[in-house]
Design a protein around this ligand. Sequence first.
Ligand code: GDP
Ligand code: GDP
Length: 454
Amino acid sequence: DEDLALLEGDLDDKDFDGSGRALPVLAVVGRPNVGKSTLVNRILGRREAVVEDKPGVTRDRVSYPAEWAGRRFTLVDTGGWEVDVAGIDARVAEQAEVAIALADAVVFVVDATVGSTDTDEQVVRLLRRSGKPVVLCANKVDGPAGEADAATLWGLGLGEPYPVSALHGRGTGDLLDAVLDALPEVSAHGVVLPDGPRRVALVGRPNVGKSSLLNKVLGTERVVVDSVAGTTRDPVDELVELKGIPWVFVDTAGIRRRVHQTSGADFYASLRTQAAIEKAEVAVVLLDASTELTEQDIRVVQQVIDAGRAVVIAYNKWDLMDEDRRPYLEREIEQELVQVRWAPRVNISAKTGWHADRLVPALERSLASWDTRIPTGRLNAFLGALVAAHPHPLRGGKQPRILFATQASTRPPRFVLFTTGFLDPGYRRYIERRLRETFGFEGSPISIGVRVRE
Ligand code: GDP
Ligand code: GDP
């Protein structure tokens, strides 16, 4: 399909709503107080620190779109959360480990006025093991006098230390130039392996039952499959055969490790969730049927949608569900989970195993939608009929026309409409609704981009 290939070559990210993009990911890691948040704010061009005065405050975002010298990337911010004084080393290392796993390149921030500490050395070991490109930031070098301090950081064995004052901006340009050299054009995380077993992430807030579900799944059906073609196995992942088909459950070590109720745990959980989602093709979002939906639940759902992954909603602890609560639950779903009303929902009990067998069929349905490609001819016939029945509202006497449409990618399905003018958001939503009614897409986010032809 030559036309289509031409169009695809012509597309870029700004054509899309932000789902499923594969911009390279840069993580900023380091001990508390070395200046990570200050640096992140500097890179994002924010004036004041977004970081609240109180450390440990839960932030709902861990990554931000960033740009330097015309290149765009995703910046993962690990600053601004409190670490217990006891066990500080372990916590910093854990945090760094997740951030590194998520990243295509890392900026490692060290306080040059302090020099390297044992904790720094521990992070260095993690960085080495990861094999990811690292740019060493010697921060708090506010003037030339500090350059000598920075030079001592050659001793970390990570190459050239870039002397920087995140606070005043000194040296950040050189640092970012080095970052761009280290970052690949496209994220390795956005590229989903076309072959091999499907990759599943079990996500949800702490205590929702992820580890119970994992045990149930592994306990009843586990078959050790050693040599499945196309499998690149990470030790934190688990390969399981379910109903004769191998699946990879990603980041299961993180589920088992169970970091609960410590300060910064929410943020940590959020980062962990993000890493798991990025590695997976489909996410099972676990919700607790016995209690009210929380902000954190909704955030996890949004993380999956934003990442452009297929979704299954699993209402767990159904055995604890009080029948009196049932109507409230349904209303909660309608009101607070509208953004995923297209996702298949299974009611399960990880504890008793009730309905656990419904998980795989739901996963398969979501993944099938995620893979769907609508042929260009069919898509345009569909849009032609849609526009004829329900034209775009007039705007200042004019009416934007849809000239042509194509599906630019699958996983998830992304559509691009070529038009004579911008489409109202309401009309775009209408198109999405009709697309879903007509073609399904159960369990997959879809996005619609608009390109205005001058
Ligand atoms: P984080 O915990 O690593 O995110 O560190 P923050 O960004 O919160 O910074 C910790 C403290 O160091 C704050 O008081 C910052 O103002 C200060 N700081 C950060 N960068 C610099 C710098 O380049 N020079 C100086 N003098 N102070 C800095
Ligand atoms: P995680 O933090 O998401 O991994 O949650 P866990 O799997 O550790 O579960 C947290 C608690 O909820 C544990 O006490 C589990 O026994 C309990 N739990 C998990 N699933 C169910 C369920 O389906 N029914 C009931 N009654 N309890 C459950």
